[in-house]
Design a binder for this molecule. Sequence first.
Ligand SMILES: [Zn+2]
Length: 366
Amino acid sequence: MSSIQAVIGKLEQWAPPRWQEGYDNSGWVCGDPSAECTGVLTALDLTGTVLQEAIDKQINLIVVHHPPLFKPLKRLIEADPITQLLLKAIRSHISIYAIHTNLDNVIWGVNGEIAKRIGLLNVKVLSPLNHTHRKLVTFVPQEHATRLKEALFAAGAGTIGNYSECSFSSTGTGTFKALEGANPYVGQKDKQHQEREEKIELIFPITVQSELVHALHAAHPYETVAYDLLPLENQFSEIGAGAVGDLPSPMPAQDFLLQIKKVFGSTCIRHSHLTPNPIQRVALCGGSGKSLIDNALSNKADAYFTADLGYHDFFKPDGRLLLADIGHYESEQFTSDLLQSFIQQNFPNFAVLKTGANTNPVHYFF
Ligand SMILES: [Zn+2]
């Protein structure tokens, strides 16, 4: 048996709410974290059909990508369609949780899934976020260094790209004098003590800082632990918006459009002038990604596809890349599958379903 909070906790480790954009409202929408989870329904959007599906299947948690609440509400009245939906969810004891731009901003999230669907290789974030990591520097008696490093790795430090357990150690001499009231691990009071120590340096995402500092104190033998937490200017290729990667082999622009039309089931694709060069390096962003056209250009992408582009956006590439709008729902549709498989892998004890409803509000007449 698992509580709804256990499911949400796992999702928040995977796509920390801290990585959401400033304008966003990812996270809890309504519900009871302490309730036992009877099942999960995943969807891109909360609609009446999605909610009814959860009620009919006796599922009490809906995880959506798009937050149904964006602006603060001042009143709860049935006349407003969103409020109506939320009141119905509350009356039916259904919890709702939104995992939006924080899932856009991790490479294993929305955009990594899109890249996988079209078979991109060497995938990294198109526009890395700043200040996502810090460095921990600490000093420990040499005989405790291995055990301490293991504890820090287990708390989430030392992972860079496809490498884990990354650290640097150097040795030197630490000094200290224990004063009245101290209970030193080694040495005598009121006398300077010298100890051969290992200096350990490792980086960590800021989302795990409190767990890491806790693990440091728990695994370190000293009563008072010396450590530094340092800001870093480095950017990391896993945290940020969009994605860029390479097709296994180049293909003509027209063939590329045909392929993405097929993969995403787009009724029509709006695109800039077809470029004469073959397409191999591809940038992408699920949902509204007009703000990343410059990133696609500076990453030397041959094509950039996203959604919600305006008329003037199509002038911007000026023949330097193929720009395509494949539709918002179409670009992000696999997010429901991604959420379903992540939750099901971690919680095999209840049903995790993807909604059977197509929630795309846009229709095409042609
Ligand atoms: Zn979206």
